[in-house]
Design a binder for this molecule. Structure first.
Ligand code: NZQ
Ligand code: ZN
Length: 390
């Protein structure tokens, strides 16, 4: 196991009625005037917004609203949010929605107290060390942004999707009421499941030896997802299954299952170019890319894939030809995502073969500067993975 530090100080309030804590938590973390940030309107239609405002009113906390965050959130609204925060002397941002709303809130939080262009953080990888405090009210189990120090934004100028990171972006608190996810369409629910499982896989596929505890945690989260996911697709009001998946989304991405080991993250980089170019849901893109990545790197580094197949997917070990076992695990993973309604190739996703050179170029990896921890990938490898996904 490698040396690591782990400091993840988000306060979680989980379960039915947890939104009643919002006002008190904003005060606890120093908020006196709040920007309530939300997406395309689902929270207004399903009553979540009113519940949030009721809690703010009860604590006499003034607020300004900014809605309109689109999935794959854009820079334009971030600039608008920064302006509002400065003009209105906002000192706390409350994100009510999914990963897109939370990431947009984090970008506004960083940009408001930064003298330069907020995009500097996304274009250079410079760590975000100062930001307004952010709280979240999660409405979809997926990105894990409710417990992560990350934010992903698409710049409208060229449609580049880039991430920024820094401990200052970790939410001060997150409200996780699984009931809030019951209004999600099945497709969005499945996109979330695909993302959660991908977050575990990005950490699981590691060359670091003797990481039994995190290996077993990863396998446990994946096995629980395999058990719980079909239940919520069948019955969107299955509270217990929603609750398990909601907590899995947090656990999969606050790095508790990834400490002390080298991680991969190629599939995310490769997928981000798809959602930037075609505006497809991140989880749907991952359902296409992760199995393709697995098939490509499996042959270069077989060991962990055999373990994945046997321990997570219950495949029989073929001692004579371990490649068959590894392949069976990948096929079961892909078939599982398809059974939930996810796409499995470029065509079903709405991506085009002729755009592959553009996708590779946008990603920007070179032979000298490859991506990936488990297997290093240069432009040729990345192109091959897009082609395997056709
Ligand atoms: O915009 P509204 O009207 O709210 O509708 C949203 C949106 O259309 C809808 N939705 C959310 N909760 C709902 C609901 N509809 C009905 N009932 C509810 N309770 O769902 C749609 C998708 O929302 P979005 O926030 O885009 O989903 P998700 O949480 O999957 O976030 C995806 C974004 O997160 C980024 C992705 O790249 C993508 O941009 N990621 C962020 C990460 C992070 N910050 O740590 C890590 C991830 O790997 C990921 O890259
Ligand atoms: Zn993701």
């Amino acid at each position: 196991m490698e040396n690591f530090t782990f400091y993840a100080p988000t306060y979680f309030s989980f379960g039915k009625g947890s939104e009643k804590d919002i006002g008190a938590l904003v005060k606890r973390f120093g908020g006196k005037k709040v920007l309530v940030h939300y997406g395309g309107g689902s929270v207004k239609r399903n009553g979540i917004f009113d519940k949030v405002i009721a809690s703010l009113n009860e604590s006499n906390i003034p607020y300004v609203e900014l809605g309109g965050v689109r999935p794959n959130p854009r820079s334009g609204l971030v600039y608008k949010g920064i302006d509002i925060c400065r003009k209105e002397n906002i000192d706390f941002i409350l994100a009510v929605g999914g990963g897109s709303v939370i990431d947009s809130a984090k970008a506004i939080a960083a940009g408001t107290v930064y003298d330069g262009d907020f995009w500097d953080y996304y274009s250079t990888g410079k760590k975000v060390d100062r930001a307004l405090p952010v709280g979240t009210v999660l409405t979809i189990a997926a990105a894990g942004s409710e417990g992560s120090p990350d934010s992903v934004i698409t710049h409208e100028d060229g449609m580049y999707k880039r991430g920024a990171s820094g401990e200052a972006l970790r939410p001060k608190f997150s409200i996780l009421n699984p009931e809030f996810t019951e209004t999600l369409p099945a497709y969005q629910t499945a996109c979330g499941i695909s993302d959660i499982m991908a977050h575990v896989c990005e950490r699981y596929f590691s060359n670091t030896k003797n990481v039994e505890i995190t290996d077993r945690l990863c396998e446990g989260v994946l096995k629980a997802m395999i058990e719980e996911s079909p239940k919520v697709i069948k019955n969107p009001h299955d509270y217990e299954a929603r609750a398990n998946i909601m907590w899995a989304g947090m656990v999969a991405h606050n790095n508790i299952v990834g400490v002390g080991r080298e991680q991969d993250w190629s599939s995310h980089a490769i997928e981000h170019e798809l959602s930037a170019l075609y505006d497809v849901a991140h989880g749907a893109g991952l359902a296409v890319i992760v199995p393709a990545w697995m098939k490509y790197v499996m042959k270069k580094n077989l060991g962990k894939f055999v373990q994945f197949a046997v321990r997570v997917w219950g495949c029989d070990m073929n001692f004579e030809n371990p490649e068959i076992t590894a392949m069976e695990g990948i096929n079961r993973y892909s078939a599982f995502l398809t059974s939930l309604g996810m796409p499995s190739n470029f065509k079903e996703l709405g991506a085009k073969e002729e755009d592959i050179p553009t996708l590779v170029k946008h990603l920007g990896a070179t032979d000298e500067n490859p991506i990936g921890g488990y297997v290093k990938l240069g432009p040729k490898d990345i192109e091959a993975i897009y082609r395997l996904a056709l």
